[in-house]
Structure formats: C-alpha cells, structure tokens
Ligand binder design. Structure first.
Ligand SMILES: CC(C)(COP(=O)(O)OP(=O)(O)OC[C@H]1O[C@@H](n2cnc3c(N)ncnc32)[C@H](O)[C@@H]1OP(=O)(O)O)[C@@H](O)C(=O)NCCC(=O)NCCS
Length: 178
C-alpha cells in the first residue's frame, strides 16, 4: 500500500452504517451536494459495482470512491465485457494532497481487477488520473455520451483490448447529472 501522510490509513468496503459520514464527506469535497446525491442514487438503484472508504487510525472515514456498472452495447464484440465507471472519488478537504486519494484509488482498482472487472472509465482531472494508468487515447475507443481529455480509460485485462472499440451506456442516474 502507498505510504501516506495520514498514519495507519486503511481501505475497506463501504458498509450501510457509513452512509451519513460518506454523504458529508462527498458534499464537503465538491462545491455542491450533486455528487453526494449521485452516489446515493447509484447506490440505491443497485448500480454500484464497488464502493470503498479510506479510514484513519481513529476510525474516521477520510476518503470514498464509487464505481458503477457500465453496460456494453447489446450486440457485437465485447458485449460480455465487465466495465465500471469510477465516479466520484472524494477526500475530506483538509486531508487532500496527503496521499489518501492515491491509496484509495490504487487499492480499489486492485480489488476491481480481482473481481474480474476488465475496463474502468473515468471523467475527471486529466492531471490526476493518468498516474493510475488512465489514458485519454484509450478512451477514444469507447463510444458513448462522454469524450474529450477528461474522459479516460484503464484496461485491467489485456484481453479486453482486442474487443475495442466498443459502445457503452452509463448507469441511468448519470443522465440527470449535468
Ligand atoms: C482529487 C482527490 C480525490 C485527490 O485525492 P488526494 O488525497 O488529495 O490526492 P493525493 O494526495 O493522493 O495526490 C495528490 C496529487 O494529486 C494532485 N491532485 C489532487 N487533486 C487534483 C485535481 N483536482 N486535479 C489535478 N490534480 C490533482 C495533486 O496536485 C498531487 O499531485 P502530485 O502528486 O504530482 O504532487 C481530492 O483532491 C478530492 O477529493 N478533490 C475534490 C473532489 C474531486 O475533484 N474529485 C475528482 C473528480 S471524481
């Protein structure tokens, strides 16, 4: 695990009892509560593939990440591909830039790979996500509602690359997320 400036940081799966703390954290990390509401909706419509939290030595939740199901086009190559969307990742503001986001993202990507996910998509800062291997060039082979430099993809399996390009649909709550 990456060394962080937050002592004894651990990463674990989200538990239902974390719901309030996670909502407060996401709301604090972003300018409004839109992202917190998005996560809530994704969670309660069963669209989340993985949700993890980073916890400090006192047990406080200091980071959160959510991955939702992305559906390949119903016909053609790659229709069985396991694809997830990383959105959002949040770190409590006063603890940002201390390695929490890096540890949480790396850990969760490893878990996704263990779970058989093959491709991960993200719409986020182009200065941040390439450090995990996310690539805007690769994302050009993913056809869907998003494009541009902030739209990046990470292959967790070499095999999935031969099934690209592919058309995908994101979980329905993203349609209301402008
Ligand atoms: C983005 C975020 C999750 C990163 O977590 P973090 O714990 O602060 O990041 P880390 O300490 O692991 O990494 C710090 C590095 O990320 C960079 N970084 C942090 N936030 C960034 C951002 N929004 N854009 C570009 N780079 C960013 C820092 O410059 C630093 O770079 P360096 O290692 O080259 O010095 C966190 O800052 C956050 O919650 N931001 C608000 C919510 C958000 O914008 N989420 C991303 C979109 S889903």
């Amino acid at each position: 695990m990456t060394v962080t400036a937050v002592p004894n940081l651990t990463v674990r799966d989200f538990a239902p009892a974390d719901e309030d703390a996670v909502r407060q954290l996401i709301t604090a990390a972003f300018p409004s509560d839109r992202e917190a509401r998005l996560v809530h909706t994704l969670r309660h419509c069963g669209a989340l593939v993985l949700e993890q939290v980073a916890v400090d030595e006192s047990g406080r939740i200091v980071g959160h990440v959510a991955y939702s199901r992305v559906t390949p086009a119903a016909i053609g190559r790659g229709q069985a591909m396991q694809i997830a969307c990383l959105a959002p990742v949040s770190v409590w503001p006063e603890l940002q830039h201390k390695g929490v986001g890096t540890t949480l993202t790396r850990n969760s990507l490893e878990k996704l790979k263990e779970c058989g996910e093959e491709l991960v998509l993200v719409l986020g800062p182009p200065a941040y996500f390439p450090r995990f291997g996310f690539d805007a060039e690769l994302a050009k082979k993913i056809q869907g509602p998003y494009a541009g430099g902030a739209f990046m993809a990470l292959a967790l399996s070499e095999d999935c690359l031969r099934d690209l390009p592919i058309e995908v649909a994101f979980a329905t709550p993203f349609e209301d997320f402008e």
